[in-house]
Ligand binder design. Sequence first.
Ligand SMILES: Nc1ncnc2c1ncn2[C@@H]1O[C@H](COP(=O)(O)OP(=O)(O)OP(=O)(O)O)[C@@H](O)[C@H]1O
Ligand SMILES: O=C(O)[C@H](O)[C@@H](O)[C@H](O)[C@H](O)CO
Length: 175
Amino acid sequence: MSDISKAPLAIIIMGVSGSGKSSIGEKMAARLGMHFVEGDALHPAANVEKMSKGIPLTDEDRWPWLDIIGQQIAASLAKGEAIAVSCSALKRIYRERLRAAAGGHLYFVYLDGSKELLTRRIGERKGHFMPASLLESQLQTLEVPTGEPGVVTIGIDDTVDGIVEAALKTLDAIR
Ligand SMILES: Nc1ncnc2c1ncn2[C@@H]1O[C@H](COP(=O)(O)OP(=O)(O)OP(=O)(O)O)[C@@H](O)[C@H]1O
Ligand SMILES: O=C(O)[C@H](O)[C@@H](O)[C@H](O)[C@H](O)CO
């Protein structure tokens, strides 16, 4: 099996709110010895305020945020450094923007879960700005990335470790 940590690699861990992007992304990046960036931390304050009030973001709200993420990925790759970022990346046009920023060298790990499981995980989570009420709009906005280049789809009905293992194995298989 090839060692996917050797080449500079850029990975977005994507999916709707509560799918496990932060939990999986952090652990995956640690396993690969990669720098992990929490995409939520890069939202302009106005976006966080909106989401905290239960108001879904628009494309216009998301573009500046996606561009910050794209710039971070481009900067890492330019230095020859691998990077993993958690980012909902719900629409295909968002992913295209991120791919363009990364010069085409971008993988996506899509965390796929049922509405019931997502609702449960968000409900059990404490101290996060994202209210459970926004899950519906997240699911409506999501354009499933399956079939796009560099995408691996992983079901989230498993332990964090199980999901990380599956993601690493599937990613390795397509590289
Ligand atoms: N495989 C799992 N098994 C059990 N609990 C999990 C699993 N993955 C994530 N969780 C829990 O589910 C909740 C949501 O996970 P997390 O915050 O990582 O998702 P997220 O996609 O980053 O969410 P958001 O986009 O809203 O920030 C957290 O409380 C987390 O601890
Ligand atoms: O595109 C979006 O609507 C946002 O990025 C959300 O997905 C949140 O950032 C995330 O889910 C926070 O919990």
